[in-house]
Structures are given as C-alpha cells and as structure tokens.
Design a protein around this ligand. Structure first.
Ligand SMILES: NC(=O)c1ccc[n+]([C@@H]2O[C@H](COP(=O)([O-])OP(=O)(O)OC[C@H]3O[C@@H](n4cnc5c(N)ncnc54)[C@H](O)[C@@H]3O)[C@@H](O)[C@H]2O)c1
Length: 362
C-alpha cells in the first residue's frame, strides 16, 4: 500500500513536494489551502481533484492520510505541525522550521508525544554534493572540523516587496531565516555542535529598491510591509571550540549569487558550492564539491564528481520522507538540530538588534 499524503499550502514550492513524494511511490491524496485560486491551480497542475480550505477539513474528509507536508508562510509552520502531529500524522515541514526556537520546541515536543516523524526540508543536505561530502567526513578523512564558513549571498534577490517574505510577523525575518540552508549544512558537517555565543550585524539597505528584486515573478503587495533585513554577517562560537562565520543576503554588491559551505578540518578542508550564473543555472554557473588535502607531502585539490541536481536536493528530500515512513531510510534531519539551528537564528537577530554578543540558549 502506498503512503497517503495531504499537502498543506498549494503555492510555489508544492511542485517539488508532489514530484518527490510521487517519485518514491507515495500518493498525494489532497491539498488544503485557504486560497480558492491556489486550490484550483493545484488541482489543475497536479491532477489532485480533492482540495480543502483547512487542515481539519482535509483530515476529516480523508482520515486515511498518514502524513502531511507543510508548505505555507513560515508563521503557520509550528501551529500546523503541532496540530497534524497531535492528530497522529507524520510531518514534513518546509524550512525554516518555524519563526523561532520556542516554536520549534513545541513542534519537537508534539513529535515526541505522538511518536510520529517530524522532518524539515533542509533539501541542501540531500544534494549529491552534500551527501558525497558527508561520506568523506564520516569516513574520518576530514578529521575534526575546526571552522566553517556558510554563505548564501545574492546580489538582487529580494522576493518581492510587501508580501509575506518581507513581513517579519509572517516570515520571522529576511535572508537569515529564508536562506538558512547553508548554516544548517555547515552545522551538519560540523556534527551539529551546541552554539554558545553569536555576534552579528544586520543591514536594511535596498529594501525599497526594485533594482534588487529577485527574478521569480513574486508580485509586490501594495501597502504591505517590508520590515526585514536585506543582509546579515555573523560569527558563531560553540561549546566544542569550533567556530563558524556567516554571510546571508538578498541584496548586496557581490559578484554573483553564491551558495556555499567551506570548512577547515584537521586532516582536510572542503567546499560544497554553487555559483549561480547570470541567468540562474546557465552555462556560466559552477557547482563545486572539493577536498583540500596533503598527500605524500604534496598539497592536493580533489574534485568530487557527482551527478548534477537542478532541484538542489528538493526532490530527494521529499522522497526521503516517504522512505523514512516506510522504514527504508534514515531521517534527513532531526528536530533537535532544528532547535539548535533556530536558537542560533534567534541569537543572530538579538545580537544584530543590540550590537552586542548574544548568548545562545536552547
Ligand atoms: N526548500 C526550499 O528550497 C524553499 C524554496 C522556497 C520556499 N520555501 C519555503 O516554502 C514555504 C512556502 O513558500 P512558497 O514559496 O511556496 O510560498 P507561496 O506564497 O507561493 O505559497 C504559500 C501557500 O500557503 C497557503 N497558506 C497560507 N496559510 C495557510 C494555512 N494556514 N493552511 C494552508 N495553506 C496556507 C497560501 O494561500 C499559499 O497558497 C515557506 O516556508 C518557504 O520558506 C522553501
């Protein structure tokens, strides 16, 4: 019997979830979304005839749904996940896990109480580059990782003006929270240590300048809010003595969009990186997965060759959730990691607001 899934939120990201779930043999039974237009679009696009206005309606009509995926604006992640877990459903939730660590704490507690899976869509961990790099780290070839640098910086990548992405009470913040994939990836490579202190600065330039708007066609909302940061630079220290630096931006004068984790291990350094081309993923874009080592007294750069994945792991991450439920795969991530990640995000915002170091508390 195939796993039966209900999708919560029929917006831009739904196509990756549907395709990923189906590729692993799951059945997408229904969508729920308060927007009639989004429901109709999903029904037409994905051939899923059943759509509902809310989660309770969907679960009442289709009690056989075993799992849900949450693809809504960030504000709704935590309450919807807690509701679905309490109703006995496994949950695959889009990133960021929630608005802050306190909300993730409630999600984690709900998962523990229900005994159901709670997995977040940190799809960059599912990229072939990341999976390959993790094998080298696990094999001991890299050694203890002292430090890492996590970068997701865009030159013109503000996702519209006045929509939910730029409204703090709906999104939780700007690029720090939206582009937290590289912070998660770096922490995963480092063994997800507990952070102690954060020092950060956030900037709010260009947030009304159409020259810095992203190319995805997300419409501006007249009269909407644009009260989140456009860029943040930070430094994180850990109880283990490890350190991490972070650059996260929607709008900065950088050469090109860079999505990258570099790290320094005691036996090898490494880099997983995508440099976007002038037109996104064109012939000028560069995917890098490299190890830097000393072999037979010589410095060596090892290029790890992996298949290209244009979806950046999104399809594999959704497929992993289905395999996890069937008992065929390990979870791509664990709630405790989401909690540690969001505690760092909270501290980045606290430090940026106060101008002083912020203690990280989970
Ligand atoms: N993993 C990735 O690479 C990636 C990329 C883009 C977006 N995302 C994440 O996916 C989520 C959704 O982003 P998007 O770009 O699809 O947004 P979107 O605005 O295109 O779609 C969101 C949908 O959620 C619906 N919605 C709002 N409240 C709801 C509720 N209570 N119940 C059900 N549906 C509700 C809206 O009507 C809308 O149709 C966000 O959390 C975002 O951060 C992840």
């Amino acid at each position: 019997m195939s796993i039966k899934i209900g999708i919560i939120g029929a917006g831009g990201m739904a196509r990756y979830h549907v395709a990923g779930f189906r590729s692993a043999g799951a059945e997408v039974l229904a969508f729920c979304d308060p927007s009639p237009e989004a429901r109709k679009r999903a029904a037409d696009t994905f051939g899923v005839a059943e759509t509902y206005a809310s989660l309770p309606e969907m679960l009442k009509a289709r009690p056989e749904i075993e799992a849900v995926s949450i693809i809504t604006p960030n504000k709704f992640h935590s309450p919807l996940a807690v509701e679905a877990l309490a109703a006995g459903r496994h949950v695959f939730c889009e990133k960021p896990p929630a608005l802050n660590a306190a909300e993730v704490g409630r999600m984690k507690a709900a998962a523990e109480a229900s005994g159901r899976h709670l997995v977040f869509d940190f799809n960059n961990r599912a990229r072939p580059e990341s999976q390959a790099m993790m094998e080298y780290i696990k094999s001991g070839e890299v050694g203890h990782i002292n430090s890492a640098r996590a970068v997701w910086s865009r030159r013109s990548g503000i996702p519209g003006f006045g929509g939910w992405f730029t409204t703090k009470k709906l999104s939780g913040g700007g690029p720090v929270i939206d582009l937290l994939h590289m912070l998660d990836l770096a922490l995963w490579f480092m063994g997800y240590p507990e952070a102690t202190w954060v020092l950060a600065g956030a900037f709010h330039d260009f947030m009304d300048n159409p020259g810095f708007k992203g190319p995805w066609g997300i419409p501006d909302v007249k009269g909407g809010k644009t009260d989140v940061e456009s860029a943040c630079h930070g430094f994180v220290s850990f109880a283990t003595g490890q350190v991490l630096s972070l650059q996260s931006s929607w709008a900065e004068f950088v050469e090109r969009e860079t999505v990258s984790v570099t790290f320094q291990g005691q036996q090898a350094g490494g880099c997983v990186e995508r440099l976007f081309g002038v037109d996104g993923l064109d012939e000028t874009s560069v995917d890098r997965c490299e190890l830097y080592t000393l072999e037979h007294g010589r410095h060596v750069n090892r290029r790890i060759v992996v298949p290209a994945d244009e979806s950046m792991g999104r399809l594999s991450a959704a497929a992993n959730f289905v395999k996890l439920i069937r008992g065929e795969a390990e979870a791509l991530n664990r709630p405790i990691e989401a909690l540690r990640l969001m505690a760092i995000v909270d501290a980045l915002y606290a430090s940026a607001a106060s101008g002083a170091p912020a203690k990280v508390s989970v």
